[in-house]
Design a protein around this ligand. Structure first.
Ligand code: GLU
Length: 462
């Protein structure tokens, strides 16, 4: 069974790049009918917080990405790590190192002066003597001194790390007994049964160290996929200036989970030239072997385009529901079908959709000057009054076509072009020249409000 994981360090919020690797891991597990588990890497007391862990879970909830089983918190697994550190000590695969900070510093300076790579020199590796007093030792793992560690990476191919170049006997437990990052990641991945690790390639350099831990503990090494970073248009690492990095900021900006996930799956992965993927299709088609070898480029227009697509294709009742999250209570509005039909093709985000809607529902308080100049001519008042009078004649006015018919009657009776009524009426109803079809606007606000807005506009502009 394929078991993948997402292992965020809770330092603030769920990062968009983290979400992308989480999504890849999720899809791959689901495709294989396996499991996608969550591990919160919260051992750094100074930088991690419970709120940050909750923010990550909250983002997952918004996106509808469900993890399998219980969440693992590293902060609760101290005893497990201690047990495996002891195991390595007992098996002589790790050892206490009594080097003081000062000694380490001297070593470092000497190596630098000799233009050598700064690394621990292994002086306690085979130490059998009496430990120096007053030193709380760290525990170091016996890393191979020669040969190569090969990361068989599903994205990058075999990545070879020469032991002598890069590996020293790295610390697995600090002087206070706390285990170090690369040790706990390997122990957890192994004990949690993770067999496919999909993560950012900023972790590639950690992988040989983790492989050393796996091998020392005789655990199976998982398959790795290191995913290239997301870059901005200039080819630099994505930063807040290029687009939001906090996943929940996308919700605030009015993006739908479907659009965001669709956007992310295409950052670094492709399936022919297909752009739109439902969750079912992503699960069916995703394969980490198709992850691109080069960095992917973040493109806001693409995200907006996808979001517009999903908004347009969301049923009205569901859209009305979504809009309540943005403070717009439309669910019981009797004209919400007309309203959303008229507007949902015009909005790139739910926030924009909300403002397009309120622009119709709210009576204009002022009128765009340019629009007035352009639309209100000497005959406009008479035309609007004629239209108002016809609206007032008893008749059924429900659908946009009902209002359209009345406009048509005025055009015919007064022998004028459609623009002669359309332009001043638009400014009267909306305060400006842009917006959706007037017949829809009037059907949404109803006859009384239409008459009121006409009267207001005439009073203000004549
Ligand atoms: N906790 C690490 C991070 O947030 C990820 C560890 C991993 O994926 O191996 O960057």
């Amino acid at each position: 069974m394929v078991v993948t994981r997402f292992a965020p360090s809770p330092t603030g919020y769920l990062h968009i790049g983290g979400l992308r690797t989480a999504l890849f891991s999720y899809l791959w597990a689901k495709k294989n009918k396996g499991e996608f588990v969550l591990r919160i890497e919260d051992t750094d007391k100074a930088r991690n917080s419970q709120e940050a862990a909750e923010a990550i879970l909250h983002a997952f909830e918004w996106l509808g990405l469900k993890h399998d089983g219980e969440i693992t918190y590293q902060s609760q697994r101290g005893e497990i790590y201690a047990k495996y550190i002891q195991k390595l000590l007992d098996e002589d695969k790790a050892y206490y190192c009594y080097m003081s900070k000062e000694e380490l510093e001297v070593l470092r300076e000497t190596q630098m002066a000799n233009k050598e790579r700064t690394m621990y020199d292994g002086r306690y590796r085979d130490f059998k003597g009496i430990p120096p007093e007053g030193i709380e030792p760290v525990v170091r793992i016996k890393a191979p001194k020669t040969g190569a560690i090969v990361v068989k990476d599903g994205v990058k191919g075999d990545v070879v790390f020469q032991a002598e170049d890069i590996l020293d006997d790295f610390v697995i437990a600090r002087a206070d007994g706390s285990p170090t990052y690369n040790f706990v990641v390997a122990v957890d991945d192994a004990l949690m049964g993770i067999n496919e690790v999909i993560r950012g390639d900023d972790h590639l350099s950690n992988t040989p160290k983790q492989i050393i831990v796996y091998e020392a503990l005789e655990f199976d090494v998982p398959k790795f996929y290191h995913v290239p970073m997301i870059h901005n248009a200039e080819g630099k690492k994505l930063s807040k200036r290029d687009g939001a990095t906090d996943v929940m900021a996308y919700k605030e900006m009015g993006y739908t989970p479907e659009a965001l996930l669709n956007f992310l799956v295409r950052l670094g992965w492709s399936y022919g030239d297909q752009e739109i993927f439902s969750m079912e299709e992503m699960i069916e088609l995703f394969n980490p072997k198709d992850i691109n070898k080069s960095a992917s480029i973040y493109n806001t227009q693409k995200l907006e385009w996808l979001n517009a697509h999903y908004i347009k294709n969301t049923p009205n009742a569901e859209l009305a529901d979504l809009l309540t999250q943005y403070g717009l209570l439309l669910t019981s509005h009797d004209k919400k079908e007309i309203l959303l039909d008229a507007l949902k093709e015009r909005a790139k985000t739910l926030v924009e959709l909300k403002s397009l809607i309120t622009e119709i529902l709210d009576t204009p308080e002022s009128y765009d000057e340019k629009a007035i100049k352009k639309a209100f001519k000497s005959d406009s008042v008479e035309i609007l009054n004629t239209f108002g009078a016809k609206l007032n004649q008893a008749r059924e006015l429900h659908l946009p076509t009902d209002y359209h018919d009345v406009m048509q009657e005025v055009v015919d009776a007064m022998e004028i072009g459609f623009g002669k009524i359309g332009q001043p009426l638009r400014v009267a109803l909306l305060g400006k020249m842009s917006g959706p079809g007037l017949d829809s606007v009037m059907a949404i606000i109803g006859k009384d409000e239409t008459l009121q807005r006409i009267a207001n506009a005439i009073a203000a502009n004549s």
